[in-house]
Design a protein around this ligand. Structure first.
Ligand SMILES: Cc1ncc(COP(=O)(O)O)c(C=O)c1O
Length: 346
């Protein structure tokens, strides 16, 4: 599909404007010099969207427009305690005078730091249901969504809009098809080739949208997702299915087998989702002290640690370009003060 055709297909879907686009694509010159490997770049989606920003800004732009069109007054979504998706949904709902109902399948913690503080600031209703937090790849993402929908509805009454975890549906992930278009254009303007985009994969919607977008464009941009949570059963199947649904919604059906999904599962996730790894703690420090850019302990810290390890292993040649998609998450830092302090001495 041609660039302008994809742009026209995307324009058929209503969308809110949260931030000026494109987001910057900036060189990481100091870090590139220190590592002596591929030429590193950062795509700043961390500054995008409502409520302190992050990748969910691209998804919410389409999701909130759909909610408005359907005339819904209440929105249900869920995630881990430090869910950036929940925080940004709360902010988007506040701005549209909608009730945000955020579900966390864990015990209510004694204090509510980081994203939880912001959730309250935005006036969201927090529901803590201690089912044990899920995860552990015991369920597919689709099964988890079906279950939560059933559990949550009695709390809000009928007529609420159910938003899957991470905004993981066709409407939300159109945002990352649009991001693929944006990246394809920036990469061409800067003449970056060969180039690989590396992103964290939590629910995999960001990866699915980019995969669909680059496939539709037949783009030379390569893609790599790094699993940060070991959360879902048959994760590549879910990501491939969503990428296929996105292509179909945009007028050009495409089948993605699980092996077509470029993801490194489990390797960099550590013991579990949201458990800080030593490598992530060090990766956060590396980027902060080389470039003054802040990552987060749950998503981008683990993904960046994976990227640093791949560079050390020689996965990318010196002339190649690697773009780290910064998906946000910094508010989560304040919920990890204790484990992070172990790494950072004054
Ligand atoms: C900061 C941050 N980065 C990355 C991700 C992963 O995005 P996705 O759920 O689309 O895989 C999330 C959310 O899950 C996030 O909050």
């Amino acid at each position: 599909m041609l660039f302008e055709q994809l742009r026209a297909q995307l324009a058929r879907f209503p969308k809110l404007d949260y931030s000026p686009l494109p987001t910057p694509l900036a060189p990481l010159a100091r870090l590139t010099g220190q590592l002596g490997g591929p030429r590193l770049w950062v795509k700043r989606d961390d500054g995008l969207g409502p409520g302190m920003g992050g990748n969910k800004g691209r998804k919410l732009a389409f999701l909130m427009a759909e909610i408005q069109r359907q005339g819904k007054r209440k929105v249900i979504t869920y995630g881990g305690l430090q869910s950036n998706h929940a925080r940004m949904t709360a902010a988007a709902c506040a701005a549209l005078e909608l009730e945000a109902h955020l579900f966390f399948f864990e015990r209510r913690p004694p204090t509510l730091p980081g994203n939880l503080l912001l959730d309250r600031l935005f006036g969201a209703r927090l529901h803590f249901i201690p089912f044990g937090g899920g995860g552990g790849a015991s369920m597919t993402l689709e099964a988890a969504n079906r279950l939560v929908r059933l559990v949550a509805l009695p709390f809000t009454g009928p007529g609420a809009y159910f938003m899957p975890v991470g905004g993981h549906n066709v409407t939300g992930c159109l945002g990352y098809v649009a991001a693929a278009l944006e990246l394809h254009e920036q990469v061409a303007q800067l003449g970056l080739e060969p180039v690989t985009v590396v992103t964290a994969a939590g629910t995999g919607g960001t990866l699915a949208g980019l995969l669909a977008g680059f496939t539709l464009l037949d783009s030379p941009v390569r893609l790599l997702g790094i699993d940060v949570g070991k959360l879902w059963k048959a994760f590549p199947v879910s990501i491939g299915r969503l990428a296929g649904e996105l292509c179909a919604a945009l007028g050009e059906p495409h089948d993605f087998r699980p092996e077509d999904v470029p993801i490194i599962e489990r390797t960099y996730a550590g013991p579990a989702y949201a458990v800080l790894t030593a490598e992530a703690g060090q990766a956060i420090q590396t980027l902060a002290q080389s470039e003054g850019i802040v990552l987060d302990p749950v998503y981008t810290g683990k993904a960046f640690a994976g990227l640093l390890d791949l560079i050390r292993q020689g996965r990318f040649r010196p002339g190649e370009h690697v773009i780290f998609l910064h998906t946000g998450g910094a508010p989560g830092l304040w919920a990890y003060e204790e484990p992070l302090s172990a790494f950072y001495r004054e």
